[in-house]
Design a protein around this ligand. Structure first.
Ligand SMILES: NCc1[nH]cc(CCC(=O)O)c1CC(=O)O
Length: 310
């Protein structure tokens, strides 16, 4: 019998490495594997290479995933570990999500060296973010604020804050927790103010379709509740992304056997928001996400949508 060997492909950022190590530890423990059976392979992605421009300008799909997916398809690695929020809604042919880890805290964190929360920021204060969603949501509740571009990994953005380039910034609570940097969070932001990005705080395990050996090992790590929530959210996003270039947010929770999905699109200036929600059985996850998106397509102000003439 051949000894089990699994090669994990990951980006090299501290957060990506923390996530890869978590998967390595879970796989090793779940199957009682010897040390060294699960190896980590760092792969540089376009998103890691281009640091001088806003990601929304770099464009293209799968900026943080493409090179890892290529390594999967060419059999250089067996499992791609990704933040699900960075994953395209349609995966390349031959690749599937084999499982998702239990979701961390999905909220965004408000981080400031001087101010307790968003409402405590002085009038006209500068906040830094590179996320079009966070920018629109923040301007919706605080139209006076000025938003400047903040790119780079978690550490870079915190350094910019310390250098005084902004009074506050926002980062996913999940990323900070996984980095052991929870103490940097000034206050979590309520989901009423900042609905998270689709799939925020979920880690996805991408594998080759038909690689049954790896699929069986990965299946032991899958969290079914997280998988259902992420399915609702990603179905919502997939239905909308061709029709609107405006910021999108979406989040599903399952409580007492019921799924509540909430979705949102905003104009980039935050002036207009369309909020939608659907409640139903968790098994109907994709139906809920789809119905929520269809309501937006049918009812939302045209300013929130772009439509081709066809
Ligand atoms: N695009 C960067 C990215 N991708 C996933 C996370 C956070 C962790 C997560 O959502 O699992 C981050 C950083 C951030 O938004 O603070």
């Amino acid at each position: 019998m051949q000894a089990t060997r699994i090669r994990i492909g990951t980006r090299g950022s501290p957060l990506a490495l923390a996530q890869a190590h978590e998967v390595q530890a879970r796989l090793t423990a779940a199957h009682g594997l010897p040390e060294g059976a699960v190896t980590i392979h760092v792969i540089k992605t376009t998103g890691d290479r281009v640091l001088d421009r806003p990601l929304s300008e770099v464009g293209g799909k799968g900026l943080f995933t493409k090179e890892i997916e290529e390594a999967l398809l060419s059999n250089e690695v067996d499992v791609g570990v990704h933040s699900m929020k960075d994953m395209q809604t349609v995966l390349p042919d031959g690749l599937i999500i084999g499982g998702v880890l239990p979701r961390e805290d999905p909220r965004d964190a408000f981080i400031s060296l001087r101010h307790a929360d968003l409402s405590a920021l002085p009038v006209n204060a500068i906040v830094g973010t590179s996320s079009l969603r966070r920018k629109a949501q923040v301007l919706n509740v605080r139209p006076d604020l000025r938003v400047v571009e903040f790119r780079g990994n978690v550490q870079t953005r915190l350094r910019k804050l310390e250098e005084g380039k902004a009074e506050a910034t926002f980062l996913a609570v999940a990323g900070l927790k996984r980095l052991g940097m929870e103490d940097r969070i000034t206050a979590p932001v309520s989901m009423d103010v900042m609905l998270p990005a689709v799939a925020q705080a979920a880690i996805g395990l991408e594998v080759r379709e038909g690689d049954e050996a790896t699929a069986a090992l990965i299946a032991a790590l899958n969290d079914p509740m997280t998988a259902l929530a992420v399915t609702a959210e990603r179905t919502f996003l997939a239905r909308l992304e061709g029709s609107c270039r405006t910021p999108i947010a979406g989040h599903a929770v399952i409580a007492d056997g019921t799924m509540v999905f909430r979705g949102q699109i905003l104009t980039p200036d935050g002036q207009q928001v369309y909020d939608v929600s659907r409640t139903g059985a968790p098994e109907e996850a994709s139906k809920l996400g789809l119905a929520a998106a269809d309501e937006i397509l049918a009812e939302a102000d045209p300013a929130l949508l772009i439509r081709s003439s066809a």
